[in-house]
Write a protein that binds this ligand. Structure first.
Ligand SMILES: C[S@@+](CC[C@H](N)C(=O)[O-])C[C@H]1O[C@@H](n2cnc3c(N)ncnc32)[C@H](O)[C@@H]1O
Length: 286
């Protein structure tokens, strides 16, 4: 069995992962089904309980970890889920369970949504946030490509940097540090560990596609050109398309055939203009 790269495959990842060689991917960018929030049109629609959802996520994460390179990164986009007025702790349980297995949390990068239609809840504000959990089997080997995700400085910052800057804290000897000139980086400022941005309002053929700009950020922050990117639950292929556009190799799976067809249509639309995919360990017969 071999899997063609830059393609979405109609397969349940719980079956597919054992046919993918271990240590294959530099980056996985994925968003598993939410807890009973959406209908995905597959056998994975309904979780009986939060525990059921936890086991699904926990098993999936373990399968993904097996096919990641030691230095690889898993970007796991999820939302916490609520039931009976309570916030579920599945995300926290997942982090603890992953760590016990040797998959470590590098950080959480929440996405705060700037556009949403708030509903009222009796005991809490509207949950306008999703979590991005960043995991690695060997965090000290993992690389964050900060220069690929720099953002323009605000006008006010650039103005401020025309003068010497420094803080007003004394050092260990009780001396105040001298203010000095700081040059702005030519490619912009580094970003904090949270994302702020719009919900994807484009009418795409999926009940919960990942926001394209979030996938783009994840790929730029944690991979370089020529790297191998996986999405084991790729839906209509947001991660795959972005990865290919950014000159990475991409492989995706989804349990729903309709989504896989849409993903491949989107991939063909962008790859018609590019060169054929070279052979790689992943596309050779196993
Ligand atoms: C939140 S959606 C992902 C959407 C995707 N990121 C996109 O932008 O289109 C979750 C997807 O997981 C798929 N899925 C659920 N269980 C799966 C499994 N065991 N193997 C592969 N895909 C699965 C569902 O069919 C659904 O499309």
């Amino acid at each position: 069995m071999s899997y063609k790269l830059n393609t979405a495959h109609h397969e349940n990842f719980f079956k597919a992962f054992s046919r993918v060689p271990d240590n294959s991917f530099d980056l996985c960018v994925t968003s598993p089904p939410y807890y009973n929030a959406r209908k995905y049109g597959s056998e994975w629609d309904g979780f009986q309980s939060p525990t059921d959802w936890f086991h699904f996520c926990d098993d999936m994460l373990a399968c993904v970890a097996q096919v990641m390179k030691p230095e690889g990164i898993i970007w796991w986009n999820t939302a916490s889920g609520y039931e009976s007025g309570k916030r579920l702790t599945v995300v926290e349980q997942l982090i603890v369970s992953a760590e016990r297995r040797g998959l470590y949390l590098i950080d959480k990068i929440p996405w705060c949504k700037t556009s949403f239609l708030p509903k009222n809840y009796q005991n809490r504000p509207y949950p306008a946030r999703e979590e991005n959990l960043i995991f690695s089997k060997a965090p000290v080997l993992a690389v964050y490509y900060r220069d690929q995700v720099r953002r323009p400085y605000a006008e006010s910052t650039l103005k401020r940097l025309e003068y010497p800057v420094g803080n007003l804290q004394a050092d260990e000897k009780g001396e105040f540090t001298k203010r000095k000139m700081v040059k702005p980086h030519p490619d912009g400022k580094t970003v904090p560990n949270y994302l702020v941005g719009r919900v994807d309002v484009s009418k795409r053929d999926h009940p919960a596609p990942m926001a394209t700009w979030v996938a783009e950020f994840a790929i730029n922050a944690y991979s370089k050109k020529g790297d191998f990117v996986l999405d084991p639950m790729c839906g209509i292929g947001t991660t795959l398309v972005k990865a290919i556009e950014l000159d990475r190799f991409a492989l995706g799976f989804d349990a729903n055939e309709e989504y896989v067809d849409k993903a491949n249509e989107a991939i063909w639309a962008i790859t018609m203009m590019t060169t054929p995919v070279p052979m790689s360990p992943l596309s050779e017969p196993m």
